[in-house]
Every structure is written in C-alpha cells, then in structure tokens.
Design a protein around this ligand. Structure first.
Ligand code: SF4
Length: 335
C-alpha cells in the first residue's frame, strides 16, 4: 500500500487570554491508501485537534499549526492558502462529525446541499448532480432518496441525517475520509450499521479512513492500526492485533482493562484508570501519564519518554519492554 497521509512532528497551539496553549505536540503518523486508522483516547487527549488540523479547520477556532508537516499525496497542507484548501476539501479529503447538523445548513434542503457540493467542484449539469445525489443517498441506505432530497435537515432522524452527511462527504470521492466520533450520538443498532456502511464504502470508493473514537470496541471492529493519544501526544501506535494482544503502554493497558466484553465477570467491579486527564495549562513534568500510572518511578517524574520503536510498534514509556517481557502488569510498581 502506498502512503496517502504523512504527518510529521505536528504541533498545534491555541490562543487564549493568557497567551498560547499547546494542544498537541510531536504528533507523527502515516496512513496508507486503503487503510483504516483509529485514534483513540479520552476527551482532552488531542485526538479531535489532530484530525481537524488535517482539514485545517482549527484555523477557524483560534488555533494554528505552530510546527510540522501534513502531507496528503505529497502536498503539504500546512502551506496551502484557504482558497487552495477549498479545492482540496471534499475532493481529496472530507470529514464527518458526531453531530450531523454541524455539516448541514438548516435553511437549505438536503438535496440542495449535496448537489451544490458536486457542482462547486465538478463540471457537471444540475441533472447529473441530482442523479448522483440520489445514488449516494440510496447507497448509504436511504431508500426514499428522491423525497429526502427535498427535505430540510431537521426533518430527518439522527441516524438518517448521519447517513446523509456521509453521502455528502462522499459526493466527490475523497481519498481520505476523517470521521470524528461519527456514531457516538446514535443508538447501538444504528451505530453498528453505520460502522458496517463505512467499511463497505471504504472498499467501494477506494479511500482511507481516519476514525476518531474513545471506544476501544469500535477501534477493534474497524481499525487496521490504532494510535493512542494522551494529554496532547501519541503514547502508542500498533496494529490492532498487536495492541489488543499485547499493549505496551500502561495507559493503553488501562484502557483495555476498562473495556467490558460479553465474557466479563459482572460480579467484579469495573476497572477504571484512576484520576483524570490533565488540563493543557497544567501538564505534569516528565511523563504526562505519571500521576495516574501505577508503574511510575522517579525517572518518570523528571524525564519525558519519547515515542520509541519497541517490538515492531511504537510506545512512549521508559519501561514498556520490561513490563511486557516480565508480564509485570499486575504488579503495582516497578520501583
Ligand atoms: Fe508510567 Fe513511567 Fe511508563 Fe510513563 S514512563 S507510562 S509514568 S512507567
């Protein structure tokens, strides 16, 4: 598979009344053509900032890319003007959100908005664009597509609007679809239908998917590779199989311990990682996970571990190798 997206050393700052706050730093990862990559982590880990940076949407939120490259098909998106970006958004990359109303303008019909998206980028007649809109709505599972084209966003149910948003994102056949928690607001049955649909569309449209989620179960279901983020940085990167079979970072290990499965012993208390993710203005010294890590040592308090290659994956922990080799996960500390 060839490289589609290559992000190197991305750093994003936000302006606040007290000056700049760094939301993510040293974020580097790649996505190959046809791959599904998930970014997982708790709220505040930086996963949404990373995904919005690719679309250059943080420019609208007091944010700025302070350092690093984002290359899509070898074009550095950080160097493009807003006019050049408009030509790429939709055509080369598109994004869907947790809240589909954010993607639609409430005063225009669904049809109007999908057709306009097509006409804005493609030499096409209105009739051809209308036919394509109908095809796309049908393809995402909306059977009465002609009727839905004439409706306004508020006339569609949450699940149907989510499907319509996917149809609009696919209108120009993007190479990369970024999906930010696309199923969080939906009930479990619809959630699984939408995930299944995304997988089918990925193959049919020959695109790559970057899925942002806090749900390890969803990542397990759809991802080829998983990137775990914590407090603005990547702490582990591995294939889905590697990550679930043998997590190397204590945070990933904790996330997996807190997943319930059908076989979970319901008489036992559900595991959760103690404490909460630090605020950006109050980041701990050394390893940012140290206040919550049961294996932290003096070194962790003072030295930040880089993301290093360990056993064919990447992990940012001084003790990954020892923890895995000695299967020390249940011991409270390495000290
Ligand atoms: Fe825990 Fe230390 Fe590893 Fe950080 S470097 S995850 S504090 S053991």
């Amino acid at each position: 598979m060839s490289q589609l997206l290559d992000i190197q050393q991305l750093k994003v700052d936000f302006t606040t009344k007290d000056g700049y706050l760094t939301a993510i730093r040293d974020v580097s990862f790649q996505i190959k053509a046809g791959e599904t990559v998930c970014i997982v982590g708790e709220s505040g880990s930086g996963k949404t900032v990373a995904s919005k940076s690719i679309m250059r949407l943080i420019d609208y939120e007091n944010g700025k890319i302070a350092d690093g490259d984002i290359r899509l098909n070898d074009v550095d998106l950080t160097q493009l003007s807003q006019r050049e970006l408009r030509a790429i958004r939709g055509k080369k990359m598109a994004m869907i959100f947790q809240e589909p109303m954010a993607a639609f303008d409430p005063v225009f019909t669904i049809g109007n908005q999908i057709i306009e998206t097509i006409l804005a980028h493609k030499q096409s007649s209105t009739e051809k664009a209308r036919k394509r809109a109908i095809y796309l709505l049908q393809r995402v599972g909306i059977s009465d597509a002609e009727l839905r084209l004439k409706q306004y966003p508020n006339e569609l149910s949450g699940g149907m609007l989510q499907r319509a948003m996917i149809a609009m994102a696919l209108a120009l056949g993007p190479d990369l679809l970024i999906a930010d928690e696309p199923t969080t607001a939906l009930d479990v049955t619809i959630q699984s239908q939408i995930l299944q649909l995304l997988q089918e569309l990925k193959t049919e449209f020959g695109m790559s998917i970057l899925l942002i989620t806090h749900d390890m179960g969803i990542a397990a279901e759809v991802a080829d590779r998983i990137i775990v983020m914590y407090a603005g940085g990547i702490v582990e990167q591995a294939t889905t199989l590697q990550l679930f079979e043998s997590p190397h970072h204590p945070y990933t290990h904790g996330l997996l311990q807190s997943v319930t499965t059908i076989d979970s012993d319901r008489s036992k208390k559900l595991f959760s990682i103690e404490g909460s993710i630090p605020g950006l203005s109050d980041l701990p010294s050394g390893c940012r996970f140290h206040p919550r890590c049961p294996y932290a040592t003096e070194r962790c308090l003072n030295e930040a571990p880089p993301l290093l290659d360990v056993n064919n994956r990447k992990s940012a922990c001084w003790y990954s190798e020892e923890l895995v080799k000695n299967d020390s996960w249940k011991k409270p500390t390495l000290q």
